[in-house]
Write a protein that binds this ligand. Structure first.
Ligand SMILES: [Fe+2]
Length: 356
């Protein structure tokens, strides 16, 4: 046996397989903590998709989830694709349709519009079409690609795999009809199990008083995924309680204006100003807190892990006080500078504070 030390090889780069793959795609990679408006990020031709695209790789992703933007040219379509990672799609602009199929089975097509939300079932073939000849159609997607690519580090396995997940999709005729079931997987929250949400901005929400500010919420389970989503809304002149959880929860503002504070335990906060179309991702276990300083309710969508139907581990107790072993800071326990800043910001915007 030799104890000769083998020198480093060019094959061992510092990049993960996911990072290597994203760089090979030749499109922009947006970095930072937030994106001011997903609808105006410059995109570049993306040969794999047959449209334009950019990856969004924010600090808070921590390769727990991947994010990208894609645009379908006016009157055009993207290349058919399938992949062994989950994908949730939010339409940011335009109208169009998507066709889904398992190999050798009937195809089905459904139509979408601005703020539609859906997920092509795992490893199904799917193709997106722009329904308008005079405008591009743009979407934002959150995927489990980093986890899957880094785990298997074999792109042929991930991108050219013929396994059919019949437990998730069997070409059911009404699969994308927007029908759903309101489930009570969780004591205090409502979970909408569906595969197509026609308009995330107008879907009915339900009370969730533990998170504060008279807020409303709905949780989503899409296409039997292990990833999941939720929408929350909170009223004018109010802010929510701070809480923390794991990385990679992509928070997209569907309406309203305001800001969020994010901070690691004991550390200084970072202020993210937002409006319709903004994205930010709180880094792993950073506390974060959302403030509405606008003239209308603020509604956001979170695309993230922690499905309740297909759990992968213990969930953070995001609506239970840290004093009771949870991950939320109650209003009475927060620092006085939180309220002070909110009052100043509201005064500047001419908005009345409506906190108790
Ligand atoms: Fe959160």
């Amino acid at each position: 046996m030799t104890s000769e030390l083998i020198p480093p090889d060019a094959r061992y780069s510092k990049d993960t397989p996911y990072e290597t793959w994203t760089k090979e795609q030749g499109i922009p990679i947006v970095k930072g903590y937030a994106v001011e408006d997903l609808r105006t990020v410059p995109l570049a031709p993306w040969p794999r998709k047959g449209g334009l695209g950019a990856f969004v790789d924010l600090e808070g992703s921590e390769q727990g989830a991947g994010s990208y933007l894609c645009e379908i040219p006016p009157g055009g379509s993207l290349e058919p694709q399938k992949h062994l990672y989950e994908e949730m799609i939010l339409i940011l602009g335009g109208r169009g349709a998507t066709t889904i199929w398992n190999p050798g089975e009937p195809k089905q097509t459904f139509e979408w519009q601005e703020w539609s939300l859906f997920a092509p079932p795992l490893n199904t073939w799917h193709q997106h079409f722009n329904g308008q000849g005079d405008k591009p159609a743009r979407y934002f997607a959150v995927t489990s690609a980093p986890v899957v690519m880094n785990l298997f580090h074999n792109m042929d396995f991930v991108l050219n795999n013929d396994f059919v997940f019949r437990d998730r999709y069997g070409a059911e005729e009404d699969y994308f009809s927007s029908k759903g079931k309101l489930m009570a997987y969780m004591e205090r929250r409502r979970v909408w199990e569906s595969n197509f949400v026609p308009d995330a901005r107008s879907i009915k929400l339900h009370k969730w008083k533990e998170r504060g500010a008279g807020g409303t919420n709905i949780m989503f389970e899409l296409s039997d995924n292990t990833m999941a989503a939720h929408i929350s809304e909170f009223p004018v002149g109010t802010y929510k309680k701070a809480h923390r959880h794991g990385p990679a929860a992509n928070v997209i503002l569907l309406s309203g204006t305001g800001y969020s504070l994010m901070w690691p335990e004991g550390g200084p906060w970072m202020k993210i100003d937002w409006h319709e179309g903004s994205l930010f991702i709180p880094p792993d276990r950073w506390f974060h807190q959302h403030f509405n300083t606008g003239k209308e309710p603020a509604r956001y969508l979170a695309l993230r892990w922690m499905s309740r139907k297909h759990p992968m581990g213990k969930a953070f107790k995001t609506d239970v006080s840290v004093k009771a072993g949870g991950d939320q800071i109650e209003y009475e326990d927060e620092g006085p500078e939180i309220r002070k800043l909110f009052e100043e910001e509201c005064a500047r915007e001419g908005v009345e504070v409506r906190m108790p």
